[in-house]
Design a protein around this ligand. Structure first.
Ligand code: OAD
Length: 281
């Protein structure tokens, strides 16, 4: 189990030799910035045996979901004068669970009409192309599953699920707006909370370990649409790189992890990801 979220200094900007850039078997220089998917990148993609992907809010930005820290058309920072880190916190859950539900109800309201975009669709297709493929997401919006991804490691939970505070069972809760605050458990009628990870809480049991294993095992790791500042999720590309994987970042802008990436693809995920599987001429 991991403390969440933290920004431990040992993870950030670690410049020890273990992070030095590897040599690509194809004509790709480490630390390259590209605006399109080149034939060399497609070759690297096609020859990968094990692929892991970490996505963040940017992958849903083209669906109209606000990001947290930039790059999208809209961002969520504050609501009713409170900062997101206060609204989505274990502390507020303990003192004012009704307000936490109202906040998540507001966010659920933003998602009701939202549909997966070509980035989600491409990732669902990638899953079917590789024998060993792991999709890890920080997003709670469920869009990967809606696009057809079958196995998704949801590090931060799912906004459409609730968890009973009494019997701890989880259940789908898609009613929006919620009729009763808090909603009641379908099994024992106890009060439920959103089944998401709040600031100051641990990640769900076992999920991060699975993500870490995939990151350490893969030979190609994609970090897509995340500012890579929230840990422990942001440690996954570092773990992958440490284990010898090639690291490809896809982002609208350079991030904290760009210095470590073999290639940063600058642009929109919805435009870039489908290029990996476009019909080759
Ligand atoms: P952020 O909002 O921090 O970062 C979004 C990233 O997506 C930025 O780096 C943008 O440049 C990039 N981006 C925006 N539009 C894009 C596009 N069309 N294509 C590619 N990239 C694009 O979101 P996360 O890194 O996911 O946690 O945030 C991590 C966590 O912080 C979230 O899961 C959330 C938040 O606190 C919880 O609420 C528990």
């Amino acid at each position: 189990m991991r403390e969440f979220p933290v920004h431990p200094s040992e993870y950030r900007y670690n410049t020890s030799p273990v992070f030095s850039m590897g040599v690509f078997p194809v004509r790709i220089r480490s630390g390259m910035i590209l605006n399109e998917v080149t034939d060399e990148l497609i070759h690297l993609f096609d020859s990968a045996r094990s692929v892991a992907v970490l996505t963040g809010a940017g992958v849903s930005a083209e669906s109209g979901v606000p990001t947290f820290r930039g790059g999208g058309d809209t961002e969520i920072w504050t609501w009713r004068g409170k900062h997101i880190t206060e609204l989505s916190s274990a502390e507020l859950m303990a003192t004012d669970p009704k307000l936490v539900w109202e906040w998540f109800d507001y966010r659920r309201g933003m998602l009701t009409e939202v549909k997966p975009n070509p980035a989600h669709v491409a990732l669902a297709q990638w899953e079917r192309m590789f024998e060993d493929f792991t999709l890890i997401t920080q997003n709670i919006d469920d869009l990967h599953r809606m696009a057809g991804s079958l196995n998704v490691l949801e590090l931060h939970g799912n906004i459409w699920r609730a968890r009973c505070l009494r019997c701890l069972s989880t259940f789908e809760a898609r009613e929006c707006p919620i009729e009763q605050n808090p909603p009641l458990c379908l099994a024992c009628s106890g009060p439920a909370r959103p089944d998401v990870v709040l600031f100051g809480e641990m990640l769900p049991e076992g999920i991060f370990e699975k993500a870490e294993t995939a990151a350490s095992r893969c030979d190609l790791f994609f970090v897509i649409g995340t500012s890579a500042v929230v840990y422990p999720a942001a440690s996954l590309p570092i773990a992958a790189k440490q284990s010898g994987a090639k690291l490809i970042e896809v982002n609208a802008e350079r991030t904290d992890i760009s210095f470590l990436a073999d290639v940063t693809l600058l642009g929109k995920a919805g435009e870039l990801l489908p290029q990996f599987i476009k019909v080759r001429g």
